[in-house]
Write a protein that binds this ligand. Structure first.
Ligand code: FE2
Length: 344
């Protein structure tokens, strides 16, 4: 048998201590109640945190002190503490009935009587305002980082477009269509941000393609096509080590893949292709066909829609094609209209 060490000295050694003075020395606020939640004791720190008067608290019930939507409901946190080993922690701000609004973290534990049954509760109130200030500062810093990330992506996008005047605006317009499709498909705001960023720089890899090939009027050779087709991989290599909160590098890597495996550079098929990349593929094709290219005149939106419709479910994701077609035909989406600016 293992002896359990007695953590407490003999009771007689504790009897002479002035417990209220000791508890007043605790820096966290304390309320001790009986098992019917009647307040038996409050320490000095609680009075200081709450701005309440001890004489108005002793003998009151918990709900006489605090005002919460949970008071008098079966969801009252205190009624859920049914064993002395239980503990409740909550950090939503309780309102005192005097109107004070306090950034507290509250920990509630039950204490036992001689038989081990619940005799009452100890509620500990920790001032969380410092913690909250740190949380707010972190949140501001996170927002700043997010804005900077967007600005960097925009700078990369502008750099690509400066070098390649024929695709100037291409990435911006593809981004707009991607965002409209993803919104219609019910993407979360967060996921849409990732897709927008991928779309805004999806042709980044073209910086590795000589301008003479990119801007060549007329048909291009097999060799030149092979060089152009390296651009998703080049972009991936540039971006892969940056820890974006989205699969940005992979989405760009896949934006020329096709459902039936006829795309490039890895001939991925079906579900191997991210939904983000399938949206980007459709938006890229539609925008490209609708716009002028050095080697051909503008084909127009009608031809672009005919292309995605005739290859729906073969090359392009069927649901993405349906949403894209509906946006353009029934909802009046176009790449320049002001009413669609919110999708830019
Ligand atoms: Fe591309």
């Amino acid at each position: 048998m293992i002896d359990t060490p007695n953590l407490h000295p003999a009771k007689s050694q504790l009897d002479h201590l002035d417990w209220s003075r000791i508890l007043d020395a605790v820096t966290d606020g304390l309320i001790i109640t009986d098992r019917h939640f009647k307040v038996l004791f409050v320490n000095r720190a609680f009075l200081s945190l709450s701005g309440l008067d001890a004489s108005k608290l002793i003998g009151q019930k918990c709900h006489d002190v605090f005002s919460s939507e949970l008071c008098f409901t079966p969801n009252c946190p205190l009624t859920k503490l049914t064993s002395i080993s239980g503990q409740l922690i909550f950090d939503d701000e309780p309102y005192c009935k005097n109107g004070n609004y306090e950034p507290w973290v509250v920990t509630i534990t039950a204490y036992p009587d001689a038989n081990g049954d619940i005799a009452g509760y100890v509620e500990r109130f920790t001032d969380a305002s410092a913690f909250r200030r740190v949380k707010q500062a972190l949140s501001r810093s996170h927002d700043r980082l997010r804005r900077n990330m967007g600005a960097i992506i925009q700078a990369i996008s502008t750099t690509i477009e400066k070098r390649d005047p024929y695709t100037a605006g291409h990435q911006r317009r593809v981004t707009k269509l991607c965002r409209a499709i993803a919104t219609q498909m019910g993407f979360s705001w967060e996921r849409i941000q990732g897709l927008r960023m991928a779309a805004a720089i999806h042709d980044l890899g073209k910086i590795h393609v000589p301008s003479a090939i990119l801007n060549k009027p007329g048909p291009i050779s097999k060799h030149e096509l092979a060089i152009i087709q390296m651009h998703p991989r080049t972009a991936y290599d540039i971006l892969k080590d940056i820890q974006f909160p989205w699969p940005l590098a992979e989405t760009i890597y896949q934006h020329h893949e096709r459902l039936d495996g006829s795309g490039y550079p890895r001939q991925l098929k079906g579900d191997q292709i991210l939904l983000e990349a399938r949206i980007l593929a459709v938006a890229d094709v539609v925008e490209s066909m609708a716009s002028f290219r050095p080697y051909r005149p503008e084909l127009g939106l009608e031809a672009a829609l005919a292309e995605i419709e005739s290859n729906k479910g073969v090359l392009y994701d069927a649901s993405v094609v349906e949403v894209c077609t509906s946006l353009i035909i029934r909802q009046g989406f176009d790449f320049e209209t002001k009413s669609w600016q919110r999708y830019t």
